[in-house]
Design a protein around this ligand. Structure first.
Ligand SMILES: [Fe+2]
Ligand SMILES: [Fe+2]
Length: 193
C-alpha cells in the first residue's frame, strides 16, 4: 500500500476519539515531519508513523497491550513493516533498538511535544514566544505536567544527536503552524482579545 497522511488519519480517527490523543498525534507528527525535512527522510512515511504511534492507546490503555497489540491491526491494514516497527520502538518497555533516524526522531519528539503543549496551555500566547529556557525551567518542576517522563525528554535529544535547546526550539517551531488545531492560543487570538 501507499502510505499517505490521509490514510493514516483515517486509521487513527477510526480508533481514537479523544481530542487530547488526537492533538498529541498531531503535535508529534509536526515535530517528526520537520525532522524528516531536516534529515532527508520520507516525510509522508515519517508523518504517518508519528500520527499512528499511539493509534491504539484508547483501545489498549495499558503497557501490557500498547503498542504491541496495535501492531497486528496495522499489519492487517497493510502498513509497511518499517512503519510498524518504528511505532513499536517508541515504547520504552519493549526495549527495541532505535536504530534508524525515523525511530530516533519519533522517540525524541514524543514526550517533548506533549511537554511543549503543556507549557503552551498556561501561556497567554500559547507557544508563540515559548523559549527553550522556560521549557527547561518547567522541566525542573516535577509537579508541572507530571505525566511527562523527563528522562525520556533528555534521552531523546541525546539519541538524535541534537543539542537540547536547539531540539526544543525546533520542535516548538514545528508545532507553531498548527497551534490552533492543538487548542493553543495563537498570536491572532491575542490581537483580537
Ligand atoms: Fe505510546
Ligand atoms: Fe505518544
Amino acid at each position: 500500500m501507499e502510505v499517505t497522511r490521509e490514510r493514516a488519519w483515517e486509521t487513527l480517527t477510526r480508533y481514537t476519539k479523544s481530542e487530547a490523543l488526537l492533538r498529541h498525534a498531531l503535535a508529534v507528527e509536526a515535530g517528526v515531519r520537520a525532522y524528516a525535512r531536516k534529515l532527508g527522510g520520507d516525510e509522508e512515511l515519517w508523518g504517518a508513523t508519528a500520527l499512528l504511534h499511539d493509534f491504539d492507546y484508547e483501545i489498549h490503555p495499558t503497557l501490557d497491550e500498547h503498542p504491541q497489540d496495535g501492531a497486528p491491526l496495522l499489519r492487517e491494514e497493510g502498513y509497511p513493516e518499517e512503519l510498524i516497527e518504528s511505532v513499536l520502538s517508541h515504547a520504552e518497555h519493549l526495549a527495541m533498538p532505535r536504530d534508524t533516524d525515523l525511530k530516533k526522531a519519533l522517540f525524541a519528539c514524543d514526550e517533548l511535544a506533549g511537554f511543549i503543549h503543556a507549557c503552551g496551555l498556561v501561556r497567554p500566547d500559547g507557544i508563540e514566544t515559548l523559549a527553550p529556557k522556560s521549557v527547561k525551567k518547567k522541566l525542573k518542576q516535577p509537579s508541572f505536567a507530571a505525566g511527562v517522563h523527563r528522562d525520556e525528554v533528555y534521552a531523546g535529544a541525546e539519541l538524535l544527536g541534537v543539542e537540547f535547546d536547539e531540539h526544543v526550539q525546533f520542535v516548538t517551531d514545528a508545532m507553531k503552524p498548527i497551534a490552533g488545531e492543538l487548542g493553543l492560543r495563537t498570536e491572532a487570538d491575542t490581537k483580537t482579545a
